[in-house]
Design a protein around this ligand. Structure first.
Ligand code: TXA
Ligand code: MG
Length: 324
């Protein structure tokens, strides 16, 4: 069911009845369900075809909700919440036993985020409990930054979609774990590591693939955000241009701030945090044979976007092209 923003109570009623409803947030659209309903959580995992060990983020509207889902909340949580909530930051803390194991993928912790988008917070308040919400895409596919993207993946398989505006930011929240001795960055996002470190006055940890045999954020180990066609990443615009000249008749999407092409089979789209997922989804809709991504200094300087590019391409970007 397509639900307008004016009909928020319709969406809240569906959620209260244990259904799944997609809603807009400032990062990406989320696939929402009541956090205390085991049945509703099951529906998220099956609609998304998500591995059951990948935990969900709890979305709250007010800080009073924190103690209903988390415990032993460290003071640093409230310092960060005071500065960055509502906004694109998820904080991981120990979870209360009342939160179903299925929500946390079997972990003893839960990620908590207060979205900045007013509709999202109004919806949570109308339901009367936190909503778990993964990104509203089928597992492995590019995230959804508009309700049309949500319908591409879930039309008919979830109870409702709120037809809000496109997501303002366009990539998922920064995830910071507060469950160990020092804060650890589990997923980069638009709130940067530097910003967090400056605010906290301390260094934060970065999960190290070598030493973390179990990934700190289970979601980091799966292929993500991938379009159907192979993704080729260039750090040199001339090399990308060579590929276009040598293979002019390949049907492709070119994501770049620098390279544009007038080749008839090449669809040139801009590359940026707010346009990345939409670009990958355009490639899927046009059934292209390849996606070419050209990273200039500005793109390389954005660790959150580079993280998503790396995942979409299924490659590890050489350290000399990383800014962290
Ligand atoms: O911006 C966002 O965070 C969006 C919107 C809808 O709020 N949500 C989102 O959820 O990106 P999802 O499920 O697509 O990604 C959540 C990420 C996954 O990589 C997951 O493994 C990690 O956060 N995560 C969640 N809870 C965790 C926990 N308790 N410990 C470690 N990692 C966790
Ligand atoms: Mg996701």
């Amino acid at each position: 069911m397509r639900i307008t923003e004016a009909d928020l109570s319709v969406a809240a009623d569906l959620l209260k009845r244990g259904e799944v409803v997609a809603f807009p947030t400032e990062t990406v659209y989320g696939l929402g369900a009541r956090i205390f309903s085991e049945e509703a959580i099951k529906k998220i995992f099956s609609a998304k075809r998500r591995p059951s060990d990948n935990p969900l983020i709890a979305h709250i509207a007010d800080l009073e909700e924190v103690d209903t889902i988390g415990m032993d909340i460290p003071p640093v949580f409230y310092r960060l919440a005071d500065r960055f909530f509502p906004g694109p930051l998820t904080l991981i803390v120990p979870k209360r036993k009342e939160v179903p194991e299925s929500a946390s993928g079997g972990l003893a912790t839960i990620g908590i985020r207060m979205p900045r988008q007013n509709i999202a917070r109004a919806l949570i308040r109308a339901v009367g409990e936190p909503l778990v919400a993964p990104s509203a895409n089928v597992s492995g596919k590019p995230s959804a930054t508009s309700y049309e993207h949500v319908l591409e993946d879930f039309d008919g398989s979830i109870a409702g979609v709120i037809m809000g505006n496109p997501s303002e930011i366009g990539i998922e929240s920064t995830v910071l774990s507060l469950s160990g001795p020092i804060p650890v960055l589990a997923r980069p996002g638009s709130i940067s590591r530097e910003e967090l470190e400056e605010f906290l006055g301390m260094s934060i940890g970065i999960p190290d693939k070598e030493t973390h045999r179990a990934p700190i954020s289970p979601g980091m180990k799966y292929r993500h955000y991938a379009p159907k066609a192979p993704v080729i990443v260039y750090f040199n615009p001339e090399e990308a241009e060579c590929r276009l000249q040598n293979f002019p008749f390949v049907k492709r999407v070119l994501l770049s701030n620098r390279n544009r092409s007038s080749l008839p089979d090449t669809l040139s789209l801009p590359l940026g945090v707010d346009s990345f997922y939409a670009g990958l989804r355009s490639a899927d809709r046009a059934s292209v044979e390849e996606v070419i991504i050209v990273c200039d200094e500005e793109i390389i300087g954005d660790p959150a976007l580079m993280n998503r590019i790396e995942k979409a391409a299924g490659i590890e970007i050489p350290t000399r092209f990383r800014s962290i």
